[in-house]
Design a binder for this molecule. Sequence first.
Ligand code: NAD
Length: 254
Amino acid sequence: AAFPAERTALVTGAASARGIGRVTAERLAGDGWAVAIADLDGSASKEVAAEISDTYGVKTFGVGMNVADVDQVNAGIDDIEANLPQLVAAVNIAGISNPTPYLDITPAEWDLVMAVNLRGPHFVTQRSARSMVKNGVGRIVNISSCSAPMGGGTYSKTAYSTAKAGIEGLTRATARELSPMGITVNAVAPGPIDTDIMGGTLSDERKVELAAGLLVGRVGTQADIASMINYLVKEETSFITGQTYDVNGGLQFR
Ligand code: NAD
């Protein structure tokens, strides 16, 4: 196993009460990681950080960060490094959905989806990796979606699916450049997970409908995704890089 004992994992998008990010941050804290919480709202990030520190007894630090803004990303990670131990893992979970039909999407909306879902993970990866290379070790995990290979089909439409397909490309390309320096980069592509990202449309009825398309017969939980992320940041997974893992209950789309 190894790693923790004074190592930090940064989780973006971790302040959402019912989100994948928060549960991932808790899972990593449970394994002894010091955890940095980065989300849009600085006070919410700090609150979540304090709660996790109380519950798991690890060092935490919360910071307000719009991942689409390179200056905020760089300043935020400077701040994290000044307050927490060595940064070893960065998990790019911050993201927004977008259900706008293709024929209606405006340039501004398209740019926002790309900025948050694709440029953001790039900024966080680049800044984190600049620190990781100095130590010769790092673990980066990105969040794609089943919408990337399917071209949508659960809630979000073309802009989102395109950005997530980009995440899988970013994962392969950064893995090629960074793995020789000890930094692995992988992605997890969740199927439908019971969070608030689908803008209130994930009703009990809709869950039954979505679950019918999954071999396991239920929609996913945040913990289903967190456990795969937790695996990919382990020291022992140093031979896994550039991959995207479907964690989707057996969603049949090929
Ligand atoms: P969520 O809405 O609960 O969490 C998203 C978090 O990202 C929120 O805390 C939000 O404040 C934060 N965020 C949004 N824009 C940001 C920005 N510019 N900078 C920093 N933080 C920002 O949603 P979730 O379902 O937990 O989604 C987490 C990730 O999982 C997303 O990347 C999403 O695309 C992906 N995903 C979710 C599902 C699903 O079914 N829930 C499926 C596939 C992929």
